[in-house]
Design a protein around this ligand. Structure first.
Ligand code: ATP
Ligand code: MG
Length: 482
């Protein structure tokens, strides 16, 4: 079937050109003639011919080179070379350059039509194949796009319906995504908050603190307290190239249970204190009312030791109870360096007995803190006491006191066994003892819980950095008085 687009003939004026034009027109083709190179370029660009017949010599150019250049730009254009004579070199050159066919004299009209038809059919088949392939590729691409769209939909549905609150923020802590649970809990409108700072949308000191600390500290779980009494557990997970995901769970009911459990423990502790005092008192009296034999004295010492241990435990529990209930209100000017020096003096005998190499660096002109001196001493005693208790004989213990901005920093470092990383967040829990605590080193797991309560009731922070090679480093930061 004749083509709408023309067949372009680029031959020098000659009887052959006339013959070709006539023959093609007679066969029903549209024909365009190019007389020189610029005419050829124009025709190729503007009319987009279905086929090109070009002379071996065209204008002052080499037809083969012109064809090669055209094929670089229009790889599917069928090109027939017309040569003055048949030769094996010509066939080789045509094949090498990727032309579709060639003609040479003597030419019959039917030869021209047959060659053109053959090349057009081949070009059409090629075009059909390309179109089919493109269609196949695009349909597989759209299938893939549909699948990823479906996956995205599924993922969105999961995030939206997840019970925990999910917040995704960018590196500048601006909100990228929040799920329905977060919107319900904080009465937010999902559409209005995208792109805003998380700390502005949910104004909360604990949350702000977590965002500030999390980029530096490896601590994953944080407690977020709200004024209305709700408590959330929040996890901060950095996401490379995006920012971070914050997931939150409402743990108010667990806190309530914890409070009930604590109330029970404190009541029992309180009720145990009087009978314990009386046991200790009578144990002392036994010796005074008559001589005891060696065995009796030995049993009495053990009785007193155990009773003293329970009394200490009960006292620790009562201290914790009063700290957690917010009864720690006494505040006066305290110089932390004096507290530390007194504490180290108290431990002097133990330091000597264990041959501990103690060093203490205290910066000069430290500002005072506004604190309860008894509780602060208790905190320091527990940290120094632990360092001495867990460090083996001939080990090192170092205490450091320094100022940074309006904060005072206390560091207690030792060369003991350290604390396994996965347990470091638990050692401040009540009754928690690390799994690597040396055999024979006794303790009830309350010291660090007291440390944490004391530090927090003074608006400070405490954490531990520890590993088996370097021992433990406990760091306390407390605000100083202006
Ligand atoms: P106590 O109530 O008598 O202080 P404790 O020392 O066992 O008992 P915490 O002071 O609360 O309890 O410490 C909790 C746990 O943390 C310890 O049992 C111990 O496993 C670990 N720990 C604390 N300090 C250190 C330290 N400096 N080096 C190694 N482990 C430590
Ligand atoms: Mg301890």
């Amino acid at each position: 079937m004749p083509e709408k687009e023309p067949i372009l003939v680029a031959l020098n004026p000659s009887p052959i050109l006339d013959l070709m034009e006539r023959t093609l027109r007679a066969a029903g083709f549209d024909v365009a003639i190019a007389h020189d190179h610029s005419g050829l370029e124009r025709c190729v660009q503007e009319t987009i011919p279905v086929l090109l017949i070009i002379g071996e010599k065209f204008a002052d150019q080499d037809g083969l080179s012109v064809s090669s250049n055209l094929l670089l730009r229009f790889p599917t254009l069928p090109i027939i070379l017309y040569a003055d004579r048949d030769s094996i070199e010509l066939v080789k050159a045509v094949l090498k350059r990727g032309l579709s066919g060639y003609l040479y004299p003597p030419l019959k009209m039917q030869d021209i039509v047959d060659e053109v038809q053959k090349n057009l059919t081949r070009a059409r088949q090629l075009g059909d194949w390309v179109r089919r392939e493109v269609k196949r590729t695009t349909s597989s691409l759209s299938e893939k796009a549909a699948i990823s769209e479906a996956e995205r939909g599924k993922l969105e549905a999961i995030i939206a319906n997840i019970q925990d609150g999910v917040i995704v923020i960018d590196d500048n802590q601006k909100i990228l995504l929040v799920n329905r649970s977060v919107c319900d809990v904080f009465s937010l409108n999902e559409k209005e908050i995208a792109g805003k700072f998380l700390a502005d949308i949910i104004p909360n000191a604990d949350l702000k603190n977590m965002l500030h600390l999390s980029s530096k500290s490896p601590l994953k779980n944080h407690e977020i307290n709200f004024e209305d009494g709700r408590v959330f557990n929040a996890q901060y997970t950095p996401i490379p190239k995006i920012g971070a995901a914050v997931t939150i769970q409402d743990i108010s009911y667990l806190k309530q249970l914890d409070r009930l459990k604590n109330d029970f423990i404190y009541t029992v502790s309180h009720d145990l204190r009087s009978p314990l005092t009386s046991i200790l008192g009578y144990a002392e009296l036994i010796e005074r009312i008559g001589p005891l034999n060696q065995n009796q004295q030995d049993f009495l010492r053990r009785l007193q030791g155990s009773t003293q241990h329970i009394t200490n435990l009960v006292n620790d529990l009562l201290d914790l109870g009063s700290l957690e209930a917010g009864f720690d209100t006494l505040r006066e000017t305290v110089q932390l360096e004096n507290v530390l020096k007194n504490s180290l003096d108290m431990f002097d005998a133990q330091i000597k007995k264990k041959n501990i190499n103690l060093s203490s660096h205290i910066e000069t002109s430290l500002k005072p803190i506004f604190a309860n001196p008894i509780r602060i001493r208790q905190m320091v005693d527990n940290l120094v006491g632990n360092a001495l208790k867990y460090t083996p004989d001939y080990g090192d213990v170092q205490t450091i006191l320094l100022m940074q901005d309006s904060q005072i920093i206390l560091k207690v470092q030792d060369s003991g066994p350290g604390i396994p990383p996965q347990e470091q967040s638990h050692v401040f829990d009540k009754f928690y003892r690390a799994t690597n605590a040396p055999d024979g080193v006794r303790g009830s797991g309350l010291g660090l819980a007291i440390v944490k309560s004391v530090v927090e009731s003074h608006q400070g922070r405490v954490w531990v950095e520890a590993n088996a090679e370097k021992g433990s480093l406990f760091i306390v930061i407390l605000p100083t008085m202006d």
